[in-house]
Design a protein around this ligand. Structure first.
Ligand code: KPL
Length: 301
């Protein structure tokens, strides 16, 4: 992006039809941004139509959105936001690297990437690419043609020298903070997702249900194990702080169906291997106990 470009000229492609990507697209559109949706090549639809329900406002607001789909003849984007599943990251990065989406390899778009969990080969996968990680605790879910923003959270984005896109995104979808150490934030998000997502999937419940006393000791155990594993991997967190964070998100996203619960309801693959599975593999590598995470991993595999 050139420095002369104003934030209103940022041209976005949002990858996929997921709840989070659709929420970001809706927010960018309401901030008068040009947005196209990038779907799989096999998906021949030319418009992505959905009703965006903002349940974080009272009274609740709904808007019918009709977003054009990017095609081979679309203008190349300045920024790509990919809010995708962890297991789709490698294929997505391959498309970006080989620039087979129509943009020139010598002037690739900025890349903002968001997914739950961690991949073991990230350093190799992203080598040489200007990947900016987006971490969020905002809650959204999809149901038929509805996308509901169901809980307010916050977001963090890898800081970069060129901040036009980040500024636009943070105005469209606050609060969003630029951070130098996004890995720290990704580990905190992993703590949240490795508790809320599998428990809501196993118990087929809304996030808020986990505030019931019957879950307290399991959540405490999961948080304690998480801290030991994170410490072995170089990230020190206090067990009580992690537990408080998990409960804060449970309360703020009480009306949400976690992404893992949505995956199971829609017969989709879950991200369990990249959440609890990742933690169990890290624990084994560092000879740390991960019994509670392993149990959930096996229950959902
Ligand atoms: O990230 C989420 C998810 O469902 O994947 C939370 C923040 C837990 C909201 O449900």
């Amino acid at each position: 992006m050139t420095n002369s470009m104003t934030s209103s000229e940022v041209n976005w492609w949002v990858v996929g039809k997921g709840a989070l990507g659709s929420l970001i697209a809706a927010k960018l559109l309401s901030a008068d941004q040009q947005v196209l949706i990038k779907l799989r090549d096999s998906d021949k639809t030319s418009q992505r139509q959905f009703t965006f329900v903002d349940a974080t406002q009272k009274p609740l607001q709904s808007t019918l959105l009709d977003i054009p789909v990017a095609t081979a003849s679309s203008a190349a984007p300045l920024v790509i936001v990919a809010a995708i599943k962890a297991y789709d990251v490698a294929a997505f990065i391959e498309s970006y690297r080989t620039a087979n989406w129509g943009f020139k390899a010598e002037s690739p778009p900025q890349l903002i990437l968001s997914y739950n969990g961690m991949l073991e080969n990230e350093a190799q996968l992203f080598e040489g690419l200007p990947v900016r990680h987006l971490v969020t605790t905002q809650a959204a879910f999809t149901e038929t043609n509805y996308v509901t923003h169901s809980g307010l959270g916050q977001s963090w984005l890898t800081a970069a020298t060129d901040s036009d896109a980040a500024e636009t995104l943070s105005k469209a979808w606050p609060p969003l903070q630029m951070v130098d150490d996004i890995q720290q934030r990704r580990w905190l998000k992993l703590a949240i997702n490795s508790v809320i997502n599998p428990l809501t999937a196993v118990h087929e419940c809304l996030n808020g249900h986990l505030a019931k006393p019957q879950f307290a000791s399991q959540i405490q155990e999961l948080c304690t194990e998480f801290c030991a594993i994170a410490a072995a991997a170089g990230y020190e967190f206090d067990g009580e702080v992690i537990q408080a964070l998990v409960f804060e998100v449970i309360h703020k996203t009480a009306a949400n169906h976690s992404s893992m619960r949505q995956d199971i309801r829609n017969n989709r693959r879950t991200e369990i291997d990249y959440l609890n599975g990742f933690l169990v593999r890290m624990a084994a590598k560092h000879h740390v106990n991960a019994t509670a995470h392993e149990q959930l991993w096996h229950q959902l595999t």
